[in-house]
Design a protein around this ligand. Sequence first.
Ligand code: GLU
Length: 284
Amino acid sequence: MKLRKAGIATISVLALALTATACGDGGKKDKGGSGSDSSGGSKSIKIGIKYDQPGIGQKAPDGSFAGFDVDVATFVAKELGYSEDQIEFVETPSADRETALKRGDVEFIAASYSINDERDKLVDFAGPYLLAHQDLLVASDSDIKEGTDLNGKKLCSVSGSTSAQNVKKEIAPKAQLKELSTYSECLEGLAGGSIDALTTDDSILAGYASQEQYKGKFKLAGLKLSNENYGIGVKDGNTALKDKINTALEKMVADGAWQKAVDDNFGPAGYKNEPAPKIGNIVK
Ligand code: GLU
């Protein structure tokens, strides 16, 4: 992203710096990494987001990125000393997030990433910065109204997500759960009639339901099946970066940028979000 805008004379210097600090194939060993340096300088920062979740994290065909997580990540990166041109977004599907942080592929992750005890053992979380709830997306004429209606039905979710775990353990253990790698693949199944319901966070489902090609075809059941506290994931033990991100998130709420990001990204889908959470306040 940033290299395109760099002058020719600076390219070789940048390339060296990037090789040393931000290569994506496990080359980065230092704990602090590029993101824990509060002044970005000429370096880049790799940030994990989702690419296929409208309103949350989406890559457009022209290569641009949009969504609430994108705005949160951009705000945080700026507070860490990186300009927009220095941000390199990387796709981090649900099942890959812990590994991506562990390997150092990305400095931090803002990708509808719920804080929970299991994940907290593997990574550290700043935040939370949003409280969402698990819900169902079904065809407009579906008679699925409650979680228990899913038993015996074909339900789709994503491997490595809290949504799939909740279905298996609590909501509808007898549902025929299909776990794919992305929610957009589930959405295709729902649109084509091969699955009866898609389950994940209401913040994500609202974005899908409002897409032009699906208008009037789907509805959200309106259930609050769980509390999903979105955090920003960092490498396990990187407390310095986590603290800086928490300071940035507090600033984002205090100066109105958080509310603007909510209005810009959730407004079009009509998603009614919960108020900004307090840092460290995880709703169980
Ligand atoms: N927020 C939930 C999770 O972290 C569901 C959305 C997702 O898969 O990103 O698993």
